[in-house]
Design a protein around this ligand. Structure first.
Ligand code: TYD
Ligand code: MG
Length: 454
């Protein structure tokens, strides 16, 4: 049936096809992303069994999605309140981050809660003994779901048709190989073919499916765009390999909000939900130290308190060294330039170390004010008053800018008994009457030193 025609080149990043290899993709500008692929002389099958014609939008009956909850509330929350029955979700993350662990727990919870014995965990990476061992280690010994070690897609599909599982985990897409496609495992055409066939099956049979996708060193799932377009939901599991925390983040969700995050901790006996996530990254008591300040950011829609630590020391021998953890080193360079220019402090010659406590990576600029406060506190050996939160971005002209979506953060700060927030003038004027917190507004960064006496 299938006849080899020729060779094409496919961009691993965006899926662009070309007849000639190129060093850089003309579509997405990615370097070195073309991969050889053999083109088959066969047509894409048309599903004749389903009658399909255009309908008027108003005449289509809308029903809310039927969901299953796992009881792992951080997980359910990220998916928008449980798993939508019949959906296809891609779970991405670096190797070793905990994808298999999370999905093992999810399946065990589902089979227990719904008394469902037709759940299937397919692994091309681990033997059934390894999977069973992990399940035991997680304390899920009595679980009744099926485990199946196989990499060949045709065999897998055969078993799926036989068992008719309600939920499937395919771990991972990169190890599953279709014998209809001549290219190697993990190639763009393999991934596309298997996902496409799986998707057809899922949609036709209301099977709920999770596909695990490993992220490459560059931080993308191999063949990422192709996969992301095809599936209903994309969730990424990320974290600090050295630290214990893990963040589950929704990147795409056809059935809910994409701004949700779930926070977990990797323990000896599996992933545990973090109970007080907003305070998870705070040290218990360091009130007597210099160079420490607190900020509150939004991670997804969830407020998180962040502790910024700075160490500014004299460097007698030349250019100051900049070392950061959890924050972009270029952002620090910019902030130091702002301090030099608008506060007149010659910090450029100092060695500066900046750290976000707990291994957390800050991607927002809402912590600028907090970073400046920490740097000044360390530089002057003066400690910052307890219970103060710094919240604001600082622009290149030394102006203090407002941060958005602040209501939830204000509520959380009130609940946790913080007293004082140093922020932009605009926010303080807008919110002072609505909160019992003391909001101190700054227009420009040079007003900071007067207020916190640094
Ligand atoms: P795993 O789920 O296999 O990662 P992935 O599927 O994303 O590659 O988890 C791997 C790591 O998690 C492994 O290095 C060991 C650690 N781990 C624990 O610390 N506690 C546990 O209970 C389990 C099952 C794993
Ligand atoms: Mg795994």
């Amino acid at each position: 049936m299938s006849k080899k025609l020729s060779i094409a080149y496919v961009c691993k990043n965006c899926g662009l096809r070309a007849l000639k290899w190129a060093g850089r993709c003309a579509n997405c500008s990615e370097w070195n992303s073309f991969e050889e692929e053999e083109v088959l002389g066969r047509k894409v099958a048309i599903r004749e069994d389903i009658e399909n014609s255009p309908k008027r939008v108003g005449e289509v009956e809308v029903s809310s999605y039927e969901r299953k909850v796992t009881g792992i509330s951080e997980f359910d929350r990220v998916l928008g309140g449980g798993i939508v029955i019949g959906s296809l979700t891609l779970v991405g993350g670096e190797p070793g981050i905990g994808k298999s662990t999370l999905l093992t727990e999810v399946l065990a919870k589902l089979s227990e809660r719904y008394n469902d014995e037709s759940i299937l965990y397919i692994s091309g990476e681990e033997s059934i003994h390894q999977i069973a061992q992990r399940s035991n280690r997680l304390g899920l010994k009595g679980s009744k779901y099926f485990i199946y070690n196989e990499t060949n897609w045709q065999k897998i599909l055969g078993q799926i048709k036989k068992l008719k599982p309600s939920v499937i985990v395919l771990d991972s897409i990169q190890t599953t190989v279709s014998s209809d496609v001549p290219s190697s495992p993990g190639s763009v055409s393999q991934i596309r073919e298997v996902t496409y066939e799986l998707m057809n099956h899922v949609k036709g049979s209301s099977t709920t499916c999770f596909v695990v996708g490993h992220i490459t060193k560059e931080g993308t799932i191999a063949g990422p765009k192709i996969l992301e377009h095809m599936v209903d939901c994309v969730i990424y599991f990320e974290g600090d390999q050295l630290g214990n925390y893990r963040i589950l983040r929704s990147i795409k969700n056809r059935f809910g909000n994409t701004n949700e995050v779930g926070i977990f901790e990797m323990k000896e006996d599996g992933l545990k939900e973090v109970k007080n996530p907003s305070q998870y990254f705070l040290e218990s008591d360091c009130s007597e130290t210099f160079g420490r300040s607190l900020s509150c950011i939004n991670e997804g829609t969830r407020p998180l308190f962040i502790e910024v630590q700075a160490l500014v020391v004299e460097n007698k021998y030349g250019n100051g060294r900049r070392t950061t953890q959890g924050i972009d080193v270029n952002r620090l360079a910019m902030i130091v330039a702002i301090i030099e220019k608008y506060l007149g402090i010659p910090m450029g010659y100092n060695d500066i170390y900046l750290n976000i406590v707990g291994g957390f990576k800050v991607k927002t600029q809402d912590t600028d004010l907090s970073i400046i406060a920490s740097l000044l506190s360390s530089y002057r050996n003066k400690k910052i008053e307890e219970g103060v939160i710094f919240l604001g971005e600082v622009g290149l002209n030394g102006e203090v800018r407002s941060v958005s979506h602040i209501e939830k953060r204000i509520k959380e700060m009130e609940q946790l008994n913080y007293k004082k927030v140093i922020t932009s003038k605009k926010i303080s004027l807008e919110y002072q009457r609505r909160t019992k917190l003391q909001l101190i507004g700054l227009k420009r960064i040079n007003e900071l030193e007067k207020i916190v006496s640094l």
